[in-house]
Design a protein around this ligand. Structure first.
Ligand code: ATP
Length: 364
């Protein structure tokens, strides 16, 4: 691929946040440095405060300077934010990641689920070794649209409203089809499944209608529909048959945790939140206060999120070096787990953050 935008230095805003967010980001830095020097690209990582502990100490969960740095950077690498007993005065949780999603219009929640050879997943069926799908969660509307506007009337009735717009659906479905096209070029089947509940809700029938319109613009990719309840069943029964799936915000929230469980737990599940102008990359897990600072966190999800970041940056800037760096991190993770000897604490093993980081570094 021609290097039409061989940047000298990529700016990365790093927001470690709370708890094991700090632990796993610390483990990710040397891995990024290693691939940068091996593939000949440079990045400048600036670290910025934010999160629940920062809110407790300073009154700001996401300081303006942190938001500005995230907006200005080429990409955002995020750890985890939130802490159970630190809350806003109204009792809600500190979750600056939601403010970043909305503020930077990160509408596509990318949740890959790929079985890593040697890492035991939740399913005994040997075909589970072939799990390799990506769930795309719409992240700006759906049922979460009423996050701040839901009502409780007279302590008797509560209402939250599902909002599906043509524009919001079109762009996220189009994203899913473009992703399926890229994956197809790498040997995947090239199919997108619309996950909905179109048999019951008008909002979901509308979502499906817009999906079908977008599908017609991508004739090289096959498309299908699956009800969300049947999808939950088939994530357990035959998850290896899916390629790319796209769904509404709340359905995606639930299904993505199920997907993480399939491949060995939250510590193995990376994610990306992508918009037209910005990309944020973070492990699916939260701050895990029970193991924070003890060296027990599995950094694999963060490492694979860093790989997603390099892949996205490389594609965006037409810079092959970053894409090769992304593949190298994935291959090093696969290599580290391949012989079955590396067992994170999360699944009852004895390997912590440093041991897993070093096993990956060794293969780079
Ligand atoms: P959130 O609400 O922010 O998603 P949560 O408290 O629901 O967070 P997590 O913080 O993701 O959930 O973690 C749930 C549990 O899973 C943790 O208490 C921890 O024991 C385990 N866990 C999560 N991530 C990891 C990891 N990277 N390595 C090891 N164990 C983990």
């Amino acid at each position: 691929m021609p290097l039409t935008d061989p940047r000298n230095v990529y700016e990365i805003a790093v927001l470690p946040g709370d708890g094991i967010g700090v632990d796993v980001i610390d483990a990710t830095r040397p891995v990024l440095e290693r691939v940068a020097s091996r593939y000949g690209f440079a990045f400048r990582a600036s670290t910025h405060p934010g999160g629940a502990i920062h809110y407790r100490d300073s009154g700001a969960a996401l300081p303006d300077e942190t938001f500005a740095a995230a907006r200005e950077a080429d990409a955002i690498l995020f750890g985890a934010m939130g802490w159970p007993d630190i809350r806003y005065p109204d009792g809600t949780e500190i979750a600056p990641q939601l403010s970043l999603r909305v503020g930077l219009d990160l509408y596509a929640g990318v949740r890959p689920a790929r079985a890593i050879p040697g890492m035991p997943g939740a399913l005994a069926d040997p075909r589970a070794a072939g799990i390799d799908f990506v769930l795309i969660r719409e992240s700006t509307e759906g049922l979460f649209a009423s996050r701040d506007t839901g009502t409780v009337e007279g302590d008797a009735v509560a209402r939250d409203t599902m909002v599906i717009t043509r524009g919001g659906t079109d762009r996220v479905v189009d994203f899913a089809f473009r992703l399926a096209t890229r994956r197809k070029a790498r040997g995947r089947p090239g199919s997108v499944t619309c996950v909905d509940k179109a048999n019951v809700f008008r909002s979901m029938a509308f979502f499906r209608r817009v999906f079908d319109e977008v599908a017609r613009r991508h004739p090289g990719i096959s498309s299908g529909h699956h009800y969300v309840d049947a999808t939950a069943l088939d994530f357990v029964r035959r998850p290896w048959t899916f390629d790319v799936l796209v769904t509404e915000n709340m359905f995606g929230d639930i299904l993505s945790d199920l997907a993480a469980g399939l491949i060995g737990g939250m510590g193995m599940a990376p994610s990306a939140d992508i918009g037209d102008a910005h990309g944020m990359f973070q492990p699916c897990h939260g701050s895990a206060p029970d193991i924070a600072g003890q060296g027990k966190a599995n950094p694999t999800a963060a490492l694979l999120s860093a790989a997603l970041m390099l892949d996205w940056l490389g594609e965006r800037h037409n810079d092959d070096r970053l894409m090769r760096g992304a593949r190298a991190i994935e291959a090093a993770v696969d290599g580290a787990f391949a012989d079955g000897g590396l067992r994170p604490f999360e699944i009852g093993g004895g390997h912590g953050t440093a041991a897993i980081r070093d096993a990956v570094l060794e293969r780079l």
